[in-house]
Design a protein around this ligand. Structure first.
Ligand code: HEM
Ligand code: HEM
Length: 433
């Protein structure tokens, strides 16, 4: 009896923390893998991986322009598993952004952002922004040509923000350009402030999920039975965690994190590109006035994302992918249109003569800002109106199609920026780069 009690107690302490994050019982229908794809859980595991590998890297890393690059070289060459450690941190960082982004899409496409999940959605948005910031600050630390110039390009985007842009850029860089104060700032943000904020927000995110009564359940599954969290949920989470770790280890043993020559502030590579997740913005900047590309458009998208949960509707469809069969059809149509329209937009903008050269007297805010913006927004509005009529869409199905359209367009812009922009940011085929 005592022995049995002792075993049970020690098992409980093994699972204590994990069980504490969950209710004692969960609805069986939420186990369906295709409802969540385990993406939120994977994001949580990636944070643990990043904190552990990050702390280990910190033992060997020296945050100064003179020694940062060499400390990475030394770590890769002399430290046992040093290269592997860096590879895991590098590939997990990329996986983290992808998985959190896909998790956001799954939440959006199953309608799980509406009250009582509104605060969960908003804390999620803040987590995604912090994740990008974490990637951004970490990227500079190796102090090679790639990182130095990507940070230079990306921070120069900030100066296009009216009034506050330049002061923010200077505070972040600790001066006029990327240098020692920038590395100190980025190192402290990356290894201190940002991880602490992410951990605190994640705790809030988890608490809100519990508060909302767990993961979203479709109307038809409301009667599904409640089962014990352990073993049913814990076993499934364990399998997902092992599969994720397996994939990360596999990739990290095959592919090395890039490391170019030591940073040389006097020699800028051509083309100088921002980090991959900012390439969509850099591409937009080629077509739009900077005020629209890096301020009006991103701020509008963010404001719309925060406002999304509070849009009024009588539509109660939730917990199933794309909300309804009509929702699926409309989402497919929005995706196809998004791809085609963005490619047409890029080509037309490339082929037409530069409006600034054509109308040198007209203010560029009008010729490359307001006019193309109204044209693009107007085309989108007409298309959405047509879509709404074609499928008799309800409000949330409509919102979902807008999200599809925007995500697909941003993806096309990003792919164009990464694969099709060569010297002088001119369009080239990837094999001619
Ligand atoms: C560090 C990043 C994140 C972590 C660790 C995380 C973790 C989780 C977990 C474990 C769940 C429970 C079920 C599931 O896997 O879907 C969840 C649900 C949720 N997450 Fe996240 N999340 C993150 C980022 C985000 C983002 C970027 C958003 C959206 C902007 C978001 C919005 C939500 C919402 C609304 C729910 C409730 C969904 C439902 O009830 O079905 N999360 N999150
Ligand atoms: C949200 C979690 C994190 C993300 C997304 C992230 C991301 C990154 C990225 C993208 C790099 C550049 C990797 C490369 O060389 O290509 C990096 C480097 C680095 N990170 Fe993190 N990191 C995270 C958390 C942490 C934490 C918690 C620490 C330490 C307390 C840390 C310490 C470091 C150090 C020392 C480097 C420089 C070594 C290197 O570049 O290989 N990181 N991080």
């Amino acid at each position: 009896m005592t022995e049995h009690y002792a075993t049970e107690k020690s098992e409980k302490s093994h699972f204590g923390l994990i069980l504490h994050l969950h209710p004692r019982k969960v609805r069986e229908s939420t186990f369906r893998f295709t409802l969540t794809f385990g993406l939120g859980g994977m994001a949580a595991i990636l944070l643990v991986i990043q904190v552990i590998t990050g702390l280990l890297l910190k033992f060997h890393y020296e945050p100064s322009p003179e020694s940062a690059y060499n400390s990475i070289l030394n770590m890769q060459e002399s430290l046992l598993f040093g290269k592997m450690l860096r590879n895991i941190h590098h590939w997990s960082a990329i996986a983290f952004v992808w998985i959190a982004f896909l998790h956001m899409l799954r939440v959006a496409f199953t309608g799980a952002y509406r009250p009582p999940r509104d605060v969960t959605w908003i804390t999620g948005l803040a987590l995604l922004l912090l994740l990008v910031l974490s990637n951004f600050t970490g990227y500079l630390l190796p102090w090679d040509q790639l990182s130095y110039w990507a940070v230079t390009v990306a921070t120069s985007l900030l100066s296009y923000i009216p009034l506050a842009g330049e002061p923010i850029r200077r505070v972040l860089l600790g001066g006029a350009e990327v240098g020692q104060p920038t590395l100190t700032n980025f190192f402290n943000l990356h290894t201190g402030v940002i991880p602490l904020l992410i951990i605190a927000l994640m705790a809030w995110h988890f608490w809100r999920i519990r508060h909302a009564g767990g993961v979203i359940v479709a109307e038809k599954d409301k009667e599904s039975p409640m089962v014990d969290t352990r073993p049913h949920l814990i076993n499934r989470e364990f399998i997902v965690a092992m599969a994720l770790l397996g994939v990360i280890f596999f990739i990290s043993s095959l592919l090395d994190a890039p490391l170019r020559d030591r940073a040389n502030p006097a020699f800028s590579p051509n083309p100088a590109k921002a980090q991959w997740y900012f390439m969509g913005l850099q591409e937009l900047l080629i077509h739009f006035h900077p005020l629209f590309a890096v301020f009006i458009l991103p701020v509008t998208v963010l404001a719309a994302a925060v406002w999304m949960p509070y849009m009024k509707s009588t539509d109660r469809n939730q917990g199933i992918w794309f909300l309804s069969p009509v929702g699926i059809r409309s989402a497919k149509m929005a995706a196809a249109t998004g791809i085609i329209m963005t490619i047409i937009f890029i080509s037309v903008s490339e082929l037409l003569p530069d409006p600034e050269a054509l109308l040198p007297k007209a203010p560029s805010l009008l010729t490359t800002g307001l006019v193309p913006f109204i044209l693009a927004a107007g085309t989108m509005w007409l298309f959405l109106k047509y879509l709404r009529k074609l499928y008799s869409l309800k409000r949330f199905e409509m919102i979902q199609s807008i999200v599809v359209l925007m995500v697909v367009s941003y993806t096309v812009l990003t792919v164009t920026g990464i694969l099709f922009r060569g010297e002088g940011m001119n369009l080239v085929w990837p094999w001619n780069m």
